[in-house]
Design a binder for this molecule. Structure first.
Ligand SMILES: NC(=O)c1ccc[n+]([C@@H]2O[C@H](COP(=O)([O-])OP(=O)(O)OC[C@H]3O[C@@H](n4cnc5c(N)ncnc54)[C@H](OP(=O)(O)O)[C@@H]3O)[C@@H](O)[C@H]2O)c1
Length: 325
């Protein structure tokens, strides 16, 4: 062996739960570009992770993360875990299972396996007394991890935008298909954050051990009402339509009807409940800037991908909802 040769230590191994999702796909791309980690992404169905298949340092494995034995196996040789698993719709028991029991079991499994570092993605406006099952269960999940004694960083994003997002693409598609669709919650306020900035925040948290024990609010530079976001999404997608504001009580009836349609509902009563509190940074906790990230503006990014969704590609959202994405 020459005097200058050395054996590099193995790259840290990162387990990304929920890594096949919207945030997870961008995170995995950034992890591969950074080239510092070997990444394991469990999925309920390998087909859900097809966009990750070509990524060289990402290993996609079929696994049930709710099964303690499989979770323990996934944690073998892992240096850190990112938890992105979440649902938007469901019954109280579903939210409890995914948002509360999984973090509880993850905390216990990490403790047993000696994996100390966890980055957990939550949401702005969570709280034990928040108005929706989604927000209350996300709050309980945060608490389970925070109280575990592990080195946990919690990130709380507002609504996340980016190519392939659910939110702005849905607002744009609905205007194309159902002009003048009545909409409730028009005055609800959001501070949309770019998916690439959320992924960077996860990477920065992993790279900065001093972020352990902290909660970061992940929000973009501007606050928008839902009515403004509908107007902007329509304009940028090239089919702006007049909006009809619906009183909340009628919005609940509309959501109740949508919940009965087959497939994932476009809107649920619990989603409307979530919109009763602003998804806006409180300023009481550090934000993206504390992680060295300057948040990108919605107007700088969204017109690029909403405007590009012309022809058949603008039906991508509906194909995904029908399970043909
Ligand atoms: N998107 C937003 O606007 C937004 C806003 C605020 C906070 N957040 C938070 O950010 C995180 C990531 O969100 P996202 O938009 O990337 O979510 P997403 O696209 O819905 O992905 C979630 C992932 O979780 C996995 N998953 C879903 N249900 C599961 C279940 N019952 N059991 C096991 N795994 C399940 C799925 O993986 P498989 O199907 O491959 O198993 C899926 O890829 C979540 O914690 C979410 O609450 C998101």
């Amino acid at each position: 062996m020459s005097a200058t040769s050395r054996i590099d230590p193995p790259a840290p191994r990162l387990l990304v739960l929920g890594g096949t999702g919207f945030v997870g796909r961008t995170l995995c791309e950034q992890l591969v570009a950074q080239g510092r980690h070997r990444v394991v992404v469990p999925t309920r169905r390998l087909a859900h992770g097809s966009p990750l298949q070509p990524l060289p340092t990402v290993e996609l494995v079929a696994a049930d993360v709710h099964d303690d034995a499989q979770l323990a196996q996934l944690l073998g040789g892992v240096d850190a875990v990112v938890n992105l698993v979440a649902i938007l719709h469901g019954r109280a028991a579903d939210f409890q299972h995914v948002h509360v029991e999984l973090p509880q079991r993850l905390a216990a499994a990490c403790t047993r396996a000696g994996v100390r570092r966890v980055v957990h993605v939550s949401a702005l406006a969570v709280g034990a007394d928040a108005p929706s099952l989604y927000l209350r269960s996300k709050s309980a999940g945060e608490s389970a991890l925070r109280g575990s004694g592990l080195d946990v960083t919690v990130l709380r994003p507002s609504v996340i935008f980016g190519a392939g997002d659910r939110f702005l693409n849905l607002l744009a598609s609905l205007q194309a298909l159902a002009p003048g669709r009545p909409r409730a919650g028009a005055s609800a306020r959001f501070q949309p954050v770019w998916v690439a900035d959320v992924a960077r925040a996860i990477l920065a948290s992993l790279a900065q051990p001093q972020s352990s024990g902290q909660t970061f609010e992940c929000a973009g530079p501007q606050v928008h009402t839902l009515a403004e976001l509908v107007r902007l999404a329509g304009r940028w997608a090239g089919h702006a339509r007049p909006q009809i504001a619906l009183p909340m009580v009628l919005g609940y009836w509309q959501a109740r009807l949508l919940e009965w349609l087959p497939g994932a509902p476009l809107m649920s009563r619990d989603n409307l409940d979530s919109m009763r509190v602003d998804s806006v940074a409180s300023g009481r906790m550090p934000g993206l800037d504390a992680l060295g990230i300057q948040a990108s503006a919605l107007a700088a990014v969204a017109p690029g991908y909403l405007g590009a969704a012309q022809g058949c590609s603008r039906y991508g959202h509906w194909r995904a909802l029908a399970g043909r994405g």
